[in-house]
Ligand binder design. Structure first.
Ligand SMILES: [Zn+2]
Length: 442
């Protein structure tokens, strides 16, 4: 398969941040084999497909560094209720989250993400094989993490059972081109130091399996750590050996400058969930300090229960705005840096920056086409500012992953939209009756 995309405005996100106001890209099978400025000389060249981008923007597919896809089924439930986790979510997870519910929720999430230009996601939840299968079927890339937790998880009643689920996930996706198995201890307070140490040992024995965990996310976690272990979460995680090179840590809100230095030394990476953190009233992660220390920080949506949307565009402005609020200056976290955190830096967070995250020869053909022909995008003096502060997921027109079109003209080609939405609505109806029961008895 040989494809040419021409007449495109190209944002490469490469080391030099090269842009081509009018440019072209050649794709052979799943790889970008050439790209450049101006008009492509087609004489004597054979292509299976030629795409005239008509001046639209072509940029790398966006990467979501932290998500719980199947929690689409909890979107908007119990909003503005402080104890909603214990009142609704945990009882519903225990009772109602089955492999089918995970599959249905993940399908809806995959559809939402691909239509919004997200081509790769990290995910952590239960029955995670279902999530891996959904992402595979959708043609997306993913780091899929089997969650381990000591609160009655829907798919394991002991950590031994949880580790067996990680084994199954690892075996199912061994050597897969787009799906990477991961182990996801939920958080320090929901696993404890012994299980975190066991996870560290598991990864030493299975180097292809990545770690994902929530870390230093909230005040109650700080209190639990101080009360039970006389230290802070970063120290506890480090003592357990879990802060390993390439481990993905989500949130990282409650951290000191010394902890940032330690995290950078250990080579972990950070998933930044600006919207979901703000919505829970938790605070602002010190993104600029972490990046200054050399940590890769990628944008993330968190689960749709916490952040409501799986749309990376919706994360970009808040990430910049909150950094400006924290730093007290308009100059904090400029738009170009935010777009990096949605693409090449997010790819680095997932350990995939040699494959994806920028448009360059030899990289996988993961790219999106954004229509710039919209009133809210005119004029464009700074393309990065337009993407961060003006563009929306609905501006995404086409999506290519690994050389295969997932979306064309805003229509999903790999996920059956009507069927997925119908199944999700049926699932939500079942949830609704359980919610009425909870409200009735409480
Ligand atoms: Zn999360």
């Amino acid at each position: 398969m040989r494809m040419l995309i021409e007449n495109a405005r190209i944002l490469t996100m490469n080391e030099n941040m090269d842009e081509h106001l009018t440019g072209w890209i050649v794709i052979e099978d799943n790889l970008i084999t050439a790209l450049g400025s101006g008009a492509f000389e087609k004489a004597g060249q054979l292509f299976d497909e030629i795409v005239d981008a008509g001046g639209d923007l072509i940029m790398p597919g966006m990467v979501n560094t932290h998500c719980h896809m199947s929690m689409t089924m909890f979107r908007g439930l119990g909003e503005d209720v402080d104890d909603r986790l214990f009142r609704y979510i945990l009882p519903l997870e225990r009772e109602a989250v089955t492999p089918d519910v995970v599959r249905i929720g993940a399908q809806l999430a995959a559809l939402e993400m691909m239509l919004g230009g997200v081509t790769t996601t990290a995910d952590m939840y239960y029955f995670e094989r279902e999530v891996g299968r959904v992402l595979d079927g959708a043609g997306m890339r993913g780091v899929v993490g089997q969650s381990l937790a000591n609160f009655a998880a829907p798919d394991h009643t002991s950590f031994d059972e949880g580790f067996a689920l990680v084994d199954a996930l690892r075996d199912e996706f061994a050597g897969h081109e787009r799906i990477i198995a991961s182990i996801a201890p939920h958080a320090p307070y929901s696993t404890g130091p012994a299980i975190m140490a066991r996870v560290a040992q598991y990864v030493a024995d299975n180097p292809s399996v990545k770690i994902q965990m929530h870390l230093a996310e909230m005040k109650s976690e700080m209190e639990w750590c101080a009360t039970h272990h006389g230290c802070r979460p970063v120290e506890l995680a480090d003592r357990a050996g879990i802060l390993q090179e390439g481990a993905i840590m989500a949130h990282c809100l409650e951290i000191t400058p010394a902890e940032i230095e330690l995290m950078a030394e250990r080579g972990i990476t950070v998933a930044h969930n600006a919207r979901s953190n703000a919505k829970a009233g938790r605070g602002i992660a010190p993104v600029e300090a972490m990046r200054k220390a050399g940590l890769s920080v990628g944008l993330a949506t968190d689960g749709p229960m916490s952040g409501n949307t799986l749309d990376i565009f919706a994360q970009m402005a808040p990430a910049s705005l909150f950094a400006k609020l924290l730093g007290g200056s308009r100059a904090c976290l400029p738009a170009q840096e935010v777009v990096k955190m949605a693409t090449i830096e997010a790819a680095a967070v997932l350990g995939m920056s040699d494959m994806i995250g920028s448009l360059a020869e030899g990289k996988r053909a993961d790219l999106i086409r954004i229509s710039l022909d919209a009133p809210h995008l005119l004029p464009i003096y700074d393309i990065y500012a337009a993407l961060v502060f003006s563009a929306a997921a609905s501006d995404v027109r086409d999506v290519l992953v690994n050389g295969v079109w997932l979306v064309k003209n805003r229509v999903s080609l790999t996920v059956e939209r009507e069927k997925v939405m119908r199944e999700a609505a049926q699932c939500a109806a079942a949830f609704r009756s359980k919610i009425s029961q909870i409200d009735g008895v409480n």
